[in-house]
Write a new protein. Structure first.
Ligand code: SAH
Length: 255
């Protein structure tokens, strides 16, 4: 019986990986990885058989039940099995279902955390998610509901937080805007949409909640976050970027 490591690959840039993750990847006999993980990170598992198992938002992905079964099957035959997930495995990564399958099969496992997209985006745009006197709470949420799941009421937590980061939300930007306005969030709330955080292809859009329905019009195709809150007020941001803060929707390329 082998051991399974659920490892966070970080947000995209291959060098945003922990040393522990790198060491375990080097020892891997089998690697099951998400489609979004950078090829250089996958390549660290030099001796491993590599299996891509999904998942790209909106695209066809390997069914979760199948991934769980595959993980258990592989761990019965190999000593070191790595399940590599984008960002941190414990945030919006369905890790609990994989942990459940491993526990049920009595397979040993260990979790290795990674840098989640919200923190990579915060770093890349140079805006702290908390700020003394302004923001003391942060909500990480997603409006996305799986096909077999019940509707979720994600909005109250977003409205209540000083800063909110929405994962897997850009495709539903108009609904998100409507929902948050209905809940009483100010249309002037500063918003950033950050695509491909930590990668050379990163793009950042500055807008307000009232403009959020325009976000998909900018051809955001990579993974992206919607970030909301007063900390994103352009006038309160780094002066180097302030010149472009007047345009209603501004795209800043960081590359
Ligand atoms: N476990 C991952 C999240 C998986 S859900 C983590 O901790 O980051 C996938 C969503 O994460 C995407 O739809 C997008 O909203 C966000 N995401 C992942 N990588 C990103 C990146 N480099 N830039 C912006 N958003 C990203």
């Amino acid at each position: 019986m082998g051991k399974v490591y659920l490892v966070g690959a970080g947000p995209g840039a291959p060098d945003l990986l922990t040393l522990r993750a790198a060491r375990i990847l080097e020892q891997a006999d089998v690697l099951l990885h998400d489609a979004l993980v950078h090829p250089d990170t996958v390549a660290l598992a030099a001796n491993a058989e590599k299996i891509a198992v999904g998942k790209r938002c909106g695209a066809r992905s390997t069914a979760q039940r199948f991934i769980n079964k595959r993980l258990v099957d592989v761990a019965r035959k190999h000593a070191v099995v790595v399940r590599l997930k984008g960002g941190d495995p414990m945030l919006f990564g369905r890790a609990q279902e994989e942990i459940g399958a491993l526990e049920e099969a009595n397979i040993e496992y260990e979790i290795v955390p990674g840098v989640t997209a919200a923190l990579a985006a915060s770093a890349a745009i140079g805006v702290s998610l908390t700020r003394r006197g302004l923001a003391r709470s942060v909500t990480l949420a997603t409006p996305r509901v799986g096909t077999e799941e019940e509707e979720s009421d994600w909005a109250p937590a977003v409205v209540a937080a000083d800063t909110a980061v929405l994962y897997m939300g850009v495709g539903q930007a108009p609904e998100i805007k409507r929902c948050l306005l209905e809940r009483g969030m100010s249309p002037a709330t500063p918003v950033r949409v950050v695509e491909n955080a930590s990668l050379p292809t990163m793009r950042e859009f500055r807008l307000t909640l009232s403009e959020l329905d325009r976000a998909p019009g900018h051809g955001v195709a990579g993974p992206a976050l919607i970030m909301l809150g007063e900390v994103f007020d352009a006038s309160a941001c780094n002066s180097a970027d302030a010149a472009s803060a007047d345009a209603p929707v501004t795209c800043l390329r960081r590359a």
